[in-house]
Ligand binder design. Sequence first.
Ligand code: GSH
Length: 216
Amino acid sequence: MLKIWGRKDGSNVIKAMWCIGELGIECERIDWGGPFGGNDDPEYRRKNPNGRLPTLEEEDGFTLWESGAVVRYLCAKHSMGNLCPEDLRERASSDKWMDWSSLNQAVFNPVYLDHYFRLPPADRSKTAIEAAAEKAAPWFDILDAHLADNDYVGGSQLTMGDIPAGSVTHRWMQWTPNRPPHTNLEAYYERLLARPAYQEHVVDANAPRTEQVQGN
Ligand SMILES: N[C@@H](CCC(=O)N[C@@H](CS)C(=O)NCC(=O)O)C(=O)O
């Protein structure tokens, strides 16, 4: 069976697992990294020399790392013409949003993680969170404008292009203090929330942390 190595609340593991949920394929996810450790295990490093998550492993020993590559591979293998658009230009547009999300939209995420959870409480800074939100907002303006005419980033249906953007949108929606209004993004988020795979692998996987943020 397909294996994914990675703790379920890792932002990049979330992308792989939401994708797998949408594809409806069987998968064994192995708790790895973070509090579970194992990143420096020599056998794990042979699968993924970066010692990061997620790592995909197939029954014949094929391994793949980099969450975007994992999502692209799984969608091309199991959902050509659907989550992976067959038309080259449509596929390139989905690819574009995937790279855009990782390189731009998600930059607030490590700052939020540090200042909500990772740093010793005395070193956490609300100002740092607010500054990260302010820096990220223009990227969300761009996505919001695109969604005025598109239900999903690739057009009228969910594609692999939504996986990174949609998964990071959850943290933005739930963890951003004084979030600026984005009507189209909010409607997009509602559409994603209606998807069982999004609920399970994005919302539920983030739930303990979200409760902690909202309890702050
Ligand atoms: N660009 C890589 C980043 C991988 C990465 O940094 N993953 C984080 C988790 S989301 C990680 O491995 N952190 C160390 C850990 O959780 O132990 C990808 O997209 O797969």
